[in-house]
Design a protein around this ligand. Sequence first.
Ligand SMILES: C[S@@+](CC[C@H](N)C(=O)[O-])C[C@H]1O[C@@H](n2cnc3c(N)ncnc32)[C@H](O)[C@@H]1O
Length: 251
Amino acid sequence: MVRLFHNNGMNEKEKTLTAENLLGTRIERMFSSIAPWYDFLNRGLSLRQDVYWRRALVKGLQLPSEPFILDLAAGTLDVSLETVRQHPQALVAAVDFSLPMLHRGREKLAAQGQPRILPIAADAMALPFANDQFDGLTIAFGIRNLPDRGAVLQEILRVLRPGGVAAILEFIPPEVGWRLQLYRLYLNHLLPLIGRVFSRHAFAYRYLAESIVHFPPATAFCQELQEVGFRQVRYRRLTFGVVCLFYGRKA
Ligand SMILES: C[S@@+](CC[C@H](N)C(=O)[O-])C[C@H]1O[C@@H](n2cnc3c(N)ncnc32)[C@H](O)[C@@H]1O
């Protein structure tokens, strides 16, 4: 595994003192602590819909042959694996800042003898790549966890080559109405309970609920993508609108 962190020109003290960095540390610890249960709970809590969501995310990416892909917030590498399943000639750089999550992913790579995915420990807020490197980028259930979404979208644009496409999969709050009420009941009560029973980390699942309701609606997020500079922005809701696929192209 490759570890690449750079500090945006700040010294270590300055870096440690930023609120964003503190939040990032907390999030990193949270994912590291649930890593052993992450895949199991994902499948269970979504009734295996998560597998279908990632498949749909990668299917919507239009890629050249032998593409170079960045999978950001790659976690246990499910999206990276789906990418090489659909595009066997792809090379994937899989970036996450949680080593335990990447280690779980590496076990899967070893089990499948998969050499085309390179796990890299790094922070999505300061990507250790030169400009214009990647043909495509995937980020599934990651953008919601990043303290400065605008800054990360800029980073994504920077490392995509011109014409490259970003594919984002995220939970979004359903539009108003009974669906929202029902979903809130699930998020605020059932989800933390199941999370506590299985992973003993109810906080992680409370955090999940809160971060989902605070994520912007689909049209507002598309607007953010356009404002940062993405073109041909489109979205597609899945599973009663609780998750959404977003695509945007670098001009
Ligand atoms: C909900 S998981 C998603 C994992 C994977 N993409 C999937 O589809 O299951 C979110 C991941 O984002 C990572 N993450 C959150 N903030 C990050 C950051 N600033 N830099 C790198 N990884 C980050 C976490 O460590 C975690 O593995």
